[in-house]
Design a protein around this ligand. Structure first.
Ligand SMILES: Nc1nc2c(c(=O)[nH]1)N[C@H]1C(S)=C(S)[C@@H](COP(=O)(O)O)O[C@H]1N2
Ligand SMILES: [Mo]
Length: 418
């Protein structure tokens, strides 16, 4: 009988790894405590950066209710702000995958302990663990899938990842509040052999197999895995020669080629269904609508207006970003003035020639329109925009997520959107 129960995962004796123990779990737990908090905060920032409060067009989770309590007007400086916050979000998320998996592995015996529920309090704790483990796997999986599969992932990514994050983080906070004191104690006393309450030793196998690697070695192994992922991801948001080290970065896709337009292309003109006949100089007109009416401008007309240059990156929600590119074009606030907005400019709705796709329209907030570096760009790095980067004209706004930098612009409507 004893032999039989030892063969079931509900028996502590079933779990033989000598690595499991409070210290191993505590080190990983403390790394996740810090890392996941940063993920949560940068994730919330990413959502705020989309301007969801401004227009339903920008909002992928219109039913968020109270969860939008913290939203604020995303600033336009420093101009690399979203590059930093979203680069950290995606790179850190990928880097933490081995830590998360090792942490879950280290506590797996606890999932099987009997009886499953000892008391009401114990029942609630187990329920929160279910949300914690399920939530962690769900958030990491949806995040990685979105980054890797890009638009293959259905449009439901945003609500799934956003609501999932709140459920998960609530469980995470509960868990952290309960466990952090013990985890800190375990790590502090790492080298001192102290008497420890039995409850904290319950992770230790009662009949361990002989060790093939030390706990420290196992931690190095996990850290090495994280380092490898970091090294093959970070390049996508660092740029320069490091871009080639970003083996894990998505989009083998469109080759941007070399030359002034030779930087990452998110979606090509062909993919977005842009008909070259519509963007031809003889046909294309920019329609600008505002307080005093409507103005139509050819690309030639736009080139006669005062032109300004700004060095700005493109930074995508997927974590990749470009280094600063030199954009040249007409200031958004000058276009507002053309249609009667003389003082502080209002909000702006930008629409593309593109007919289908979630990102063919975007709303910009008044503070973004007002920034002297916010442009309707006609050129990049001294050359006309290429068709894939948005010819004849595209929006570029400092510190904004790439999705707000609408390409192949057809229409701009100035006015209060709230
Ligand atoms: N019309 C239109 N504009 C668009 C998009 C789009 O799909 N359609 N994608 C946006 C996204 S998500 C990003 S990250 C940037 C990428 O710009 P790039 O392809 O020039 O690098 O364009 C933005 N502008
Ligand atoms: Mo993007």
């Amino acid at each position: 009988m004893r032999d039989l129960t030892a063969r079931l995962p509900t028996s502590p004796g079933f779990w033989r790894s000598p690595l499991r123990g409070p210290r191993f779990t505590s080190v990983l737990g403390l790394v996740l405590l810090v890392g996941i908090t940063v993920l949560f905060v940068t994730g919330l920032l990413s959502y705020a950066a989309y301007n969801p409060g401004l227009s339903p067009l920008n909002d992928k989770t219109p039913d968020k209710g109270l969860l939008g309590f913290y939203l604020f007007a995303w600033p336009t400086s420093p101009h690399w702000l979203y590059r930093l916050t979203q680069g950290v979000h995606v790179t850190l998320g990928i880097t933490l995958v081995p830590v998360l998996l090792a942490k879950l592995w280290s506590v797996v015996p606890k999932l099987f302990t009997l009886p499953p529920v000892r008391s009401l309090a114990h029942g609630l704790e187990r329920l929160s663990l279910l949300l914690l483990v399920g939530g962690a796997l769900f958030e990491f999986a949806t995040g990685v899938l979105n980054v890797q599969l890009d638009y293959v992932f259905p449009g439901s990514f945003y609500p799934l990842h956003f609501y999932g994050a709140w459920v998960f983080f609530a469980a995470f906070l509960t868990h952290a509040a309960l466990k952090t004191p013990a985890a800190v104690r375990n790590v502090r006393h790492m080298r001192q052999q102290r008497e420890r309450p039995a409850a904290e030793e319950e992770l230790v196998s009662p009949r361990p197999d002989p060790a093939t690697v030390s706990r420290r070695g196992a931690l190095w192994f996990v850290g090495g895995g994280s380092l490898l992922l970091f090294g093959t991801t970070a390049g996508q948001s660092l740029g320069g020669p490091l871009r080639r080290t970003a083996l894990l970065a998505p989009h083998g896709g469109a080759d941007p080629g070399s030359g002034p337009n030779g930087f990452q292309i998110n979606k090509t003109a062909a993919y977005a269904g842009i008909d070259a006949r519509e963007t031809d100089d003889g046909v294309w007109r920019l329609v600008v609508v505002g307080r005093t009416g409507t103005v139509r401008l050819s690309r030639h007309d736009l080139l006669q207006l005062p032109l300004h240059s700004a060095a700005l990156p493109i930074a995508c929600v997927e974590g990749w970003s470009t280094s600063d590119q030199w954009w040249r074009g007409v200031r958004l606030r000058d276009l507002a003035r053309l249609v009667g907005h003389d003082g502080d400019p209002p909000d702006l709705l930008v629409e593309s020639v593109q007919r289908h796709g979630a990102f063919r329209r975007a709303a910009l907030r008044a503070n973004q329109v007002a920034d002297p570096d916010s442009l309707l760009a006609l050129e990049v790095n001294g050359e006309d925009l290429s068709p894939d980067h948005g010819y004849p004209a595209r929006v570029i706004v400092p510190a904004a997520p790439g999705v707000l930098n609408t390409k192949w612009v057809a229409r701009m409507t100035f006015g209060d959107l709230r």
